[in-house]
Design a protein around this ligand. Structure first.
Ligand code: MRU
Length: 332
């Protein structure tokens, strides 16, 4: 069954609540932009491309609910909407790319006409991501050989893209080409996107998958049981440094030390040419409760100090290739 992580219903946005997976497949119908912003912040919808798409629809929704027909007043209220969405999560550049496109689409003096254009632009952003992720997956599949065991981290499938997937898209496309592959997935502490979401998606696709804890990756690499690592990205700087889920840098260093190719798959909407290097990418720091608790249950002594950076930067030296819908850039 086709998975719709995000669906525009004409006057509301339907999202699959990713915080409830894999235990519950429940959908949320969001009728105003503040609910969309909260869903992004609380990671009910997550993954760089999906965040951008949800924000675009959120802006379209926010615009529909503005009452005035005065253009300047409308734009000032719309600005409040975009600011709220921009303040949700700082690392995935897709969010800011989508907001920038929506702001540009709000042209014209006729407010009802602008509202219509904003809905069309959000649909267009969604459609482009569907096509880009499909294309990059097909291109990236050429890097995967028959019989490969692939390690992936976090979740970079249809849930994260509201499209075909990036890292998981490449894996799916390789399998569609008839290659026999298997996948090792890291659980991805603290929110377990690997254990909860990637496991769920790969099992639905009937792709052989083995779950490991984050700390087991080096062991499997050393034992020569991994042929390549493939991950998604939240932002790629002009020099090809990559921001992705915390733990990605560790995997990249381990991969290099074990001579295992390390691939990054992302649509071009994840590339931020305005930043010269990864040092400039803002890293989201989330609530330390995500580390000290799981599903509300404490897993550490009360009062412990915990850090919770949601992403890390992998310097480009560790990246063997970046796969986009426009082609593959190899560094080997
Ligand atoms: O914090 P998350 O779950 O939104 O982080 C997601 C990731 O790090 C993904 O790997 C990245 O967004 C690529 S999704 C195609």
């Amino acid at each position: 069954m086709e998975l719709k992580a995000i669906e525009w219903l004409g006057d509301k946005l339907r999202i699959l609540d990713q915080r409830k997976l894999p235990w519950e497949e429940s959908f949320l119908d969001l009728a105003d932009y503040q609910d969309v912003a909260l869903a992004i912040k609380e990671m009910k919808v997550r993954g760089a491309p999906a965040i951008g798409i949800a924000a675009a629809y959120g802006i379209a929704l926010g615009a529909q609910n503005i009452k005035t027909t005065n253009r300047d007043e409308f734009l000032s209220q719309l600005n409040q909407v975009t600011q709220t969405l921009a303040a949700t999560r700082p690392t995935a550049v897709n969010l800011f790319q989508a907001i920038g496109r929506m702001e540009k689409a709000a042209i014209g003096n006729n407010v009802p006409g602008v509202k219509g254009m904003l809905i069309n632009e959000a649909k267009q952003i969604h459609q482009e991501e569907i096509e880009a992720t499909k294309r990059l997956s097909q291109l990236g599949a050429e890097l995967i050989q028959d019989g490969f065991t692939i390690l992936t981290h976090c979740n970079a499938g249809p849930l994260a893209t509201a499209g075909y997937g990036t890292a998981l898209g490449v894996i799916k496309a390789a399998r569609e080409q008839g290659k026999k592959i298997s996948v090792l997935i890291t659980e991805t502490r603290p929110l377990l996107q690997g254990a909860r979401l990637t496991a769920w998606e790969l099992m639905r696709e009937d792709i052989p998958v083995t779950l490991i804890t984050d700390s087991m990756a080096g062991h499997f690499m050393k034992q020569e049981r991994i042929d390549c690592v493939i991950v998604g990205a939240d932002r790629i700087a002009a020099n090809s440094d990559v921001a992705n889920k915390i733990g990605t840098y560790t995997l990249a260093v381990l991969a290099k030390d074990n001579s295992i190719p390390f691939y990054v798959a992302a649509p071009t909407s994840t590339i931020d040419l305005s930043l010269a290097s990864g040092d400039k990418i803002p890293i989201e720091e989330r609530d330390s409760k995500e580390v000290t608790h799981f599903q509300g249950v404490p897993i550490a002594p009360e009062g412990i100090t915990a850090a919770n950076p949601a992403f890390d930067i992998t310097p480009h030296d560790y990246v063997s290739a970046i796969i986009t819908e426009k082609g593959i850039t190899r560094s080997f």
